[in-house]
Design a protein around this ligand. Structure first.
Ligand code: GLA
Length: 754
């Protein structure tokens, strides 16, 4: 059993393949957190926690003669403000009777086979593996508030998920001001924080910092998980690195305003609290009502960040992304945005499609500009019918013509938004979020629909289900191009306005659930001005997310390295675009751009009509490479050979299939120098005893095409062992030119071939 209760010491122990998580129902029903770390069997782990009387840390009434026992110091499984624990609280609440906080004590627990579900929220599922659920109920006698802590234990995947349900068992309303999903006290160790920060066009830059005493916060108040602070943090032991040391990952499955607080306190222990951002949040719980806080995915490794990455990739693929597309080869697509913006008509799109079809492209995606009065980004959002000036007869004839070329047809939509200049807004001005008496905050000259309203969700469901059904749509790019302000819902009473932001997310999730459920064959890609909502919540509905509006390959090295710390490679939308790049003005060789985009979903963001003959030849060849390496890249293991830092002169990563038969090494030189030495890399994940040959070599953007290696003869003849490639490594000659890139395929030589 992955979940065990020992009645003698009253411990509850959750076991996964390599980790142990233990709690204890302490005296007076306080639930203590004893341990989360490397697996330990058959031990009660209460002994390392020695209590000492700590000044100004108070005692519960029952412990008034035991001054060493303080809720302010004890490692607690879940804690509320207002009851003598002054650390960052998981729960803040006030009852209609004026009682603040909740003194939470154990009531009962229950173990079930299978994984709990959270109504209306994305959450991991059992999949092919097995999971067990622990439910533990704590309650506050003064208000009747019950908090049910939920734990999903995925033994084989080495993951524990957590969530919390709040029920009002009293007779007065209770307002939740903070209802976190998780509180995790880490009593021992010295920790650093790795988080992913950024901005539009530079999302998810990894940053590792020492914890200071006090609270550090990773949070978004934007109504979206945001470009700025991704909802994923890793606590790394100060001595941990890529391949060694303890790491604890905390990944909320939530796409709205989120907050993870990490506090280093007076006892030098760490508390992590994670969930919906309490800023601008409150939730009114009437007697008998329940509120579900979103899930958080916890993962611990003892052998560094690489292993944590692998566990998150596997877990999200096997137990979170539910689209059937996650296991299917996705069509090689071309998107119209960077080459056409809103400026096109049917003839232009058909020419674009015809040209692309000659180059191995399998799907044409018509981006923004096909609907309503959408000739630029000031009008039309909300009017999801074809602009017949551009597309006479609507979308169907275009879709049919593209299908007749043997291509699939995809479409861009932005369901959650509306322009003031639209038929929808003129008919339903109250559907947009706005504060009465105040001019709304504008962004991209658009407003945000109140997705918490049933009539809005029903309207959008009707519009988009018909759009997909009637027009033979194979792919949807679901965009969201501004952050939310004025979170005032015309449909909610004043005392419930704090619910508007979370109700918005529930509405978005419901719409996604219904549309992806009704059209499982349609490939959905998420987007929010690039990667402004790249989170586990969205991955539940869509297997891929456009990673960034910055398509510059060199910038993408940082963006994709940071993203892939927690999220699978197959989830990262990545395209080859034209040079000079539209966002940075930089010129990078075509082949290097392709190497970077191949480490994601792969596709194009350019007009084939403007390519040189050489670029067209490369595109044809790339289609072959895309198909050939698809499994290796999407289902293999991903290794960061140069770690998460981007300080060196090159970035290298590798994909190795699960049997160690093939390894694809990708390397991009970010700075070239004169009179320099070779580029040395060590591979990972090979079969140490296997014998490998360098099977293929593509050198891009280097003025000595074969100069990256010793000589052609060496390439063909040399035999390496996996052990030598991983320990002694492999050296490439210094490369000249702007941003040269190399792709090398090593293949194990099976005995019979030798
Ligand atoms: C966002 C997306 C782009 C494109 C535009 C269209 O910025 O990230 O890829 O779809 O919107 O307006």
């Amino acid at each position: 059993m992955a979940i065990q209760f020992d009645p003698t010491d009253r411990t509850i122990t959750l076991q996964t393949r390599t980790t142990t998580y233990q709690m204890q129902i302490g005296a007076n029903g306080r639930v203590l957190h004893l341990y989360y770390g490397r697996r330990i069997d058959g031990m009660c782990l209460d002994y390392p926690c020695i209590l000492t009387d700590c000044g100004f840390s108070p005692n519960s009434y029952e412990d008034r003669l035991h001054r060493e026992v303080s809720p302010d110091i004890l490692p607690l499984e879940y804690s509320s403000a207002g009851c003598g624990d002054y650390r960052v609280p998981a729960l803040e609440c006030v009852s209609d009777g004026g009682v603040t906080g909740a003194d939470l004590r154990y009531v009962r627990h229950d173990v079930t086979v299978g994984k709990y579900a959270l109504p209306g929220l994305p959450a991991s599922f059992e999949g092919d593996g097995q999971a067990q659920t622990l439910s533990m109920v704590l309650a506050d006698a003064a208000t009747g508030l019950e908090v049910e802590l939920l734990y999903g234990v995925f033994e084989a995947a080495d993951v524990i998920t957590r969530a919390a349900v709040f029920r009002n068992g009293g007779d007065k309303a209770i307002r939740l001001d903070r209802a976190s999903s998780l509180c995790l006290d880490i009593p021992f160790g010295q920790w650093e924080l790795l988080h992913l920060h950024g901005r539009h066009c530079m999302e998810r830059k990894p940053e590792r910092v020492r914890l200071m005493h006090g609270i550090q916060t990773v949070s978004s108040r934007r109504g979206a998980s945001s470009h700025h602070h991704n909802p994923f943090v890793v606590l790394m032991a100060t001595d941990a690195g890529e391949r060694h040391g303890e790491c604890i990952g905390v990944m909320p499955v939530y796409s709205g305003s989120h907050r993870t607080d990490i506090e280093l306190n007076q006892a030098d222990s760490v508390r992590v609290v994670s969930g919906i951002a309490p800023d601008l949040f409150s939730w009114q719980l009437e007697p008998g009502e329940a509120f579900h806080a979103p899930e958080v995915i916890l993962c611990h490794t003892d052998d560094g960040l690489e292993s944590l990455t692998h566990r998150y990739h596997d877990f999200l693929n096997d137990h979170l992304i539910r689209s059937p597309w996650k296991n299917r080869r996705r069509p090689l697509l071309i998107n119209s945005w960077e080459s056409m913006t809103c400026d096109f008509d049917a003839e232009k799109v058909l020419k674009f499609a015809g040209d692309a079809a000659q180059l191995g492209v399998e799907m044409v995606v018509l981006d923004d500009g096909w609907f309503g009065a959408r000739n630029d980004d000031n009008a039309g959002l909300g009017d999801w019918f074809a602009n017949e000036d551009k597309l006479p007869g609507g979308l169907r004839p275009l879709s049919d013509a593209i299908h007749a070329m043997g291509l699939k047809f995809g479409l861009w939509i932005e369901p959650e938004m509306v322009n003031e200049d639209s038929e929808l807004y003129r008919a339903h001005p109250d559907w947009a979020l706005a504060v009465p008496g105040r001019k709304p905050v504008m962004a991209r000259n658009q407003l945000v629909l109140d997705m918490g309203r049933r009539d809005v969700v029903e309207h959008l469901y009707g519009v988009f289900s018909a759009l997909i059904r009637d027009n033979g749509i194979d792919y949807i790019k679901w965009d969201m191009n501004r952050n939310i302000a004025d979170t005032f819902s015309a449909a909610l009473p004043p005392h419930r306005q704090g619910e508007a932001s979370h109700r918005y997310m529930l509405g978005v999730y419901e719409l996604m659930d219904r549309l992806t459920g009704e059209f499982p064959e349609v490939l959905f890609e998420n987007c929010a001005g690039g990667g402004g909502r790249f989170d586990a919540g969205m991955l539940y509905y869509t297997p891929q997310i456009w990673c960034s509006d910055d398509s510059d390959a060199i910038e993408r090295l940082t963006i994709q390295t940071g993203t892939a710390i927690g999220y699978p490679v197959g989830a990262m939308g990545a395209h080859v675009s034209i040079c000079p790049n539209q966002q940075t003005g930089r010129t990078v060789p075509f082949g290097t751009r392709a190497i970077v985009a191949l480490s994601g979903t792969f596709g194009y963001e350019l007009d084939p009509a403007h390519l040189t003959e050489d670029e067209k030849r490369r595109m044809r060849a790339l289609a072959g490479r895309y198909h050939r390496f698809y499994d290796l890249i999407h289902n293999g293991r991903y290794y960061r050979l140069t770690g998460v830092d981007q300080d060196g002169d090159h970035v290298a990563w590798a994909f190795v299939d699960r049997c160690g038969r093939q390894a694809l090494l990708n390397l991009v030189v970010t700075r070239t120098h004169a009179n320099t030495h070779g580029i040395h890399v060590r591979l990972r994940g090979l079969d140490p005893d296997g014998r490998y040959r360098l099977k293929e070599m593509a050198v891009e953007g280097c003025d000595q095409p074969d100069g990256a290696y010793l000589s052609r003869e060496d390439v063909a003849e040399r035999m390496y062992t996996g052990q030598s490639l991983m320990a002694a490594g492999f050296t490439l000659r210094p490369m000249r030119g702007d941003y040269p890139g190399v792709q090398l395929l090593f293949e194990r030589v099976d005995a019979k071939e030798e």
